[in-house]
Write a protein that binds this ligand. Structure first.
Ligand code: F6R
Ligand code: MG
Length: 393
C-alpha cells in the first residue's frame, strides 16, 4: 500500500505584524490532528511553523487531494483563525479565501504539497519550509541538487541517480505543465526555469524507478485570489538517499552560497534566503529576509520517526533540525550581509521585483494621475540602433 505525505500550510494570523502564529493556534491544530489520528484518518502528523505560516505535516494512506485530509487541515486553519480573531492578531484568517470548503484546499488559500510512494526499507525525508517568498525560489537550488554534477556528486557516482530525473515544470501564470528529463534536457530545463516569474519546479521523480524525489507547493496565491494577496511561502518535501540525493546533498547548496529569493517586505523585494531553525524563523530584518527551515524525519510504516521514543502519538515528534546547526551560522551571516546590500539600492530594480511581480505597487495610480501631464517627446524616434544579426554576419 502506498503512503502519502501531505504538507498543508497557511498564514492565518500572527502576533505583531506578519511575525509568528500564537502558540495557542498551533496547539489548536495539534488537538484537531490528534483527534484525526485517533479516528484513523491520519497515520501520523507534526505541527510546526516558519515565520507566520503554520505547517501541517501529515502522513496517511488516503492518496493525494483527499477530502478528509484536506478537510482536517481546513478545520485546523478555521480554528486557528478563530483564536487569531479573538486575540485581534494581525492578518487573522489571511489565507482563508473562501467561506465554503469544497473538499480541497487548492484555490482556497492554503498551500499544499503531497507525494505518494511505496515506502522503502528505510525512508529518510526532508521538509523544507520557506516564508516571505514564492515557489520558484526553490528552482535554482533544486537545479543544483538534481541537475548539477559539480554540486551533487551522487549524479556521477551513484548508478541510479546517474539515470537522471524527470522534472515537472509549471507555468504558474498559464496553469500549464511540462515534464522534461535530465540529463538530456538539462540546458532546456534551465532555459525555462531562469524565468522565475513564470516557471517553477513542481515535482522531480527518479528515472531509476524509485518514484517521487521532491514536490513543491506551487499554489501561487496571488493568482488564486484573482488579486494579489501575498506570496505563497512554499514548502518542499524531499525523499533522500539510495539513488536519490543524500541528506547532505540536499542541504549543501544552502552553505555554498546565498540564494536570492523574490518576496520579502511587502512581497515586493529580492532578499537572500536565511536558513534557520523554526524557533529562529521570526522575520527580524525588514519583515524578513526570506527564511527557510529544513526538518528531517524517517518514515516508519507511515509514521514519522524523529528523535522521540518509538510510537509517540499526538504529534509530539522531535525532527532533526538541519539548519539549526551552528554550521549554518556563516550562511545566516552571509544572508544578512547580502540582503543588506540589496536594500542599499532602495526602491529600484533589481532590489524591488519587476513590475508584474510586485505585491504592492502605486505605479498604475501614479501613471493614471499623470495621464494629462504626459506629453509626446518630439525627437524623431531613433531607427534601429542595434544591427540585425543578419547584418553582422
Ligand atoms: C510579506 C509580508 C509583509 C507585509 C508587510 C505589509 O509577505 O507579509 O512584509 O507585506 O508587513 O503588510 P500589510 O499590507 O498587512 O500592512
Ligand atoms: Mg508567511
Amino acid at each position: 500500500e502506498k503512503v502519502t505525505v501531505s504538507v498543508i500550510k497557511a498564514d492565518v494570523g500572527s502576533v505583531v505584524g506578519h511575525s509568528r502564529p500564537h502558540p495557542s493556534m498551533m496547539q489548536a491544530a495539534k488537538k484537531i490532528l490528534t483527534e484525526k489520528q485517533k479516528q484513523g484518518v491520519l497515520e501520523d502528523f507534526y505541527v510546526t511553523r516558519v515565520g507566520d505560516d503554520i505547517n501541517l505535516f501529515m502522513t496517511h494512506y488516503k492518496g493525494e487531494n483527499n477530502k478528509e485530509i484536506h478537510g482536517a487541515a481546513w478545520d485546523c486553519f478555521q480554528e486557528a483563525t478563530k483564536i487569531a480573531k479573538s486575540m485581534k492578531l494581525y492578518a487573522a484568517g489571511q489565507d482563508i479565501l473562501t467561506d465554503a470548503f469544497s473538499g480541497n484546499v487548492k484555490g482556497a488559500g492554503p498551500g499544499s504539497a503531497e507525494m505518494t510512494f511505496e515506502e522503502r526499507g528505510s525512508e529518510p525525508m526532508l521538509f523544507f519550509m520557506a516564508d516571505k517568498t514564492e515557489p520558484s525560489a526553490y528552482s535554482p537550488i533544486l537545479s543544483r541538487i538534481y541537475l548539477d554534477p559539480f554540486t551533487t556528486t551522487g549524479l556521477v557516482v551513484d548508478a541510479r541517480a546517474k539515470k537522471g530525473f524527470d522534472v515537472e515544470i509549471h507555468d504558474v501564470l498559464d496553469h500549464k505543465k511540462v515534464v522534461m528529463s535530465s540529463p538530456e534536457e538539462t540546458l532546456n530545463i534551465l532555459a525555462l526555469l531562469g524565468d522565475t516569474s513564470r516557471y517553477a519546479i513542481k515535482r522531480v521523480s527518479s528515472r531509476a524507478g524509485i518514484g517521487p524525489a521532491c514536490v513543491v507547493s506551487t499554489d501561487k496565491l496571488n493568482m488564486t485570489a484573482g488579486k494579489y494577496v501575498g506570496k505563497d511561502d512554499p514548502v518542499c518535501i524531499c525523499r533522500s538517499q539510495s539513488g536519490l540525493p543524500s541528506v547532505g546533498e540536499y542541504t549543501q547548496p544552502f552553505l555554498m552560497t546565498s540564494w536570492i529569493a523574490g518576496g520579502w517586505m511587502r512581497g515586493s523585494h529580492y532578499g537572500t534566503f536565511y536558513p534557520c531553525s523554526p524557533e529562529d524563523s521570526d522575520p527580524t530584518y525588514f519583515d524578513g529576509p526570506p527564511r527557510i527551515c529544513c526538518l528531517g524525519f524517517q518514515l516508519n510504516n507511515g509514521k514519522l520517526q524523529g528523535l522521540e521514543p518509538l510510537n509517540t502519538k499526538g504529534g509530539d515528534h522531535i525532527p532533526v533540525d538541519f539548519f539549526g546547526n551552528p554550521t549554518f551560522d556563516s550562511a545566516r551571516a552571509n544572508a544578512i550581509k547580502t540582503s543588506k546590500f540589496l536594500r542599499t539600492q532602495g526602491p529600484f530594480t533589481p532590489s524591488i521585483l519587476p513590475a508584474e511581480e510586485m505585491e504592492y505597487t502605486s505605479r498604475p495610480e501614479v501613471i493614471k494621475e499623470l495621464k494629462s501631464r504626459f506629453e509626446s517627446v518630439d525627437e524623431k524616434p531613433v531607427k534601429s540602433v542595434t544591427k540585425k544579426k543578419k547584418d553582422v554576419e
